[in-house]
Design a protein around this ligand. Sequence first.
Ligand SMILES: *[C@@H]1O[C@H](CO)[C@@H](O)[C@H](O)[C@H]1NC(C)=O
Ligand SMILES: *[C@@H]1O[C@H](CO)[C@@H](O)[C@H](O)[C@H]1NC(C)=O
Ligand SMILES: *[C@@H]1O[C@H](CO)[C@@H](O)[C@H](O)[C@H]1NC(C)=O
Ligand SMILES: *[C@@H]1O[C@H](CO)[C@@H](O)[C@H](O)[C@H]1NC(C)=O
Ligand SMILES: *[C@@H]1O[C@H](CO)[C@@H](O)[C@H](O)[C@H]1NC(C)=O
Length: 304
Amino acid sequence: MTISGRILKISITSCLWLLLCCSLSHGTETDLACLRSVQHSLIDPHGYLNSSWNFGNKSEGAICTFLGVECWHPDENRVLNLRLSDMGLKGKFPLGLNMCTSITGVDLSSNSLSGSIPDNISHIIGFVTTLDLSSNSFSGEIPVDLANCTYLNTLKLDHNQLSGQIPPQLGFLNRLKTFSVANNLLSGPIPKLNENATVTAADFANNPGLCGAPLPSCPGTSKGPRTGVIAGAAIAGVTVAALGVGIGMLFYYRKVSKTRKKTDDDPDGNKWAKSLKGMKGIKASYHNILILKSREYSLWGIGN
Ligand SMILES: *[C@@H]1O[C@H](CO)[C@@H](O)[C@H](O)[C@H]1NC(C)=O
Ligand SMILES: *[C@@H]1O[C@H](CO)[C@@H](O)[C@H](O)[C@H]1NC(C)=O
Ligand SMILES: *[C@@H]1O[C@H](CO)[C@@H](O)[C@H](O)[C@H]1NC(C)=O
Ligand SMILES: *[C@@H]1O[C@H](CO)[C@@H](O)[C@H](O)[C@H]1NC(C)=O
Ligand SMILES: *[C@@H]1O[C@H](CO)[C@@H](O)[C@H](O)[C@H]1NC(C)=O
């Protein structure tokens, strides 16, 4: 290698080092700006952040001593997790989190945060494995863009005022294990999550209109063509039978009333009403038996 070649190599190497250093320091500087922005955007009535988050100390790792801040390394201003649970915080979702470029966990649970979950959430905290926004006052719809936070293991949105449907795209989150949306205003079908997600009915409880596994199936959706046909046939059969009996009784009572004296009109009417009532009861219980039977058949049908 010639001397000029060596010089070139050395200068390229040092340039690369310089670039690396710059990007690193830039990275940690953005984390500083991130926390500054987070503090600025939150209302902190108890002064938790105010008293602990002191931006006066410029040394590397200073932010790692902040309340709720966990760094990748204690000597480096690079946020790994932010845990600000139960601090009485108010305001909107802190959009400045997008400057915490290496953040993997965000816990803002049990505060009084409001407004919607940003619809560009994957551009803000796209690499999080844990997002806990539970027990706040978030409203609006669950953003479809959450499906682009592909590293999510834990997504807790329970105890908020979220409405609309759960985006079916959340089924694409193939690392998702824990998911909870209980106690919201959600409706519509529960999407099928990946096979490793361990969800129970409790994770969806107390929403006005959620349906489908693990909750009871959605109204109007038959489990198979058989169920539909059997239930339909059963209802039709009962209706026809009831009509037949009704018409028969109508003729019978007409005949009877014709033979009766005119002064008996009133008691006759009562009888007619009573017999109708009785029929309704018979029809209802018979109907239920048939529905139960058809369910039984559909259970057998699933195995096929
Ligand atoms: C918060 O900080 C401001 C000024 O930075 C100060 O005046 C105020 O007393 C602090 N409040 C609390 C609760 O620490
Ligand atoms: C600034 O932060 C560093 C790193 O956490 C710490 O060692 C140092 O004591 C702090 N200085 C002051 C004045 O708080
Ligand atoms: C996300 O959307 C909000 C509101 O529309 C916007 O202010 C913010 O800059 C966006 N953030 C990113 C990282 O795209
Ligand atoms: C998710 O990311 C893909 C690829 O960047 C994009 O095409 C899609 O629109 C994103 N989805 C949402 C809901 O933003
Ligand atoms: C579920 O877990 C098993 C075992 O850890 C793994 O092999 C499989 O790929 C996982 N499924 C998904 C959808 O990630």
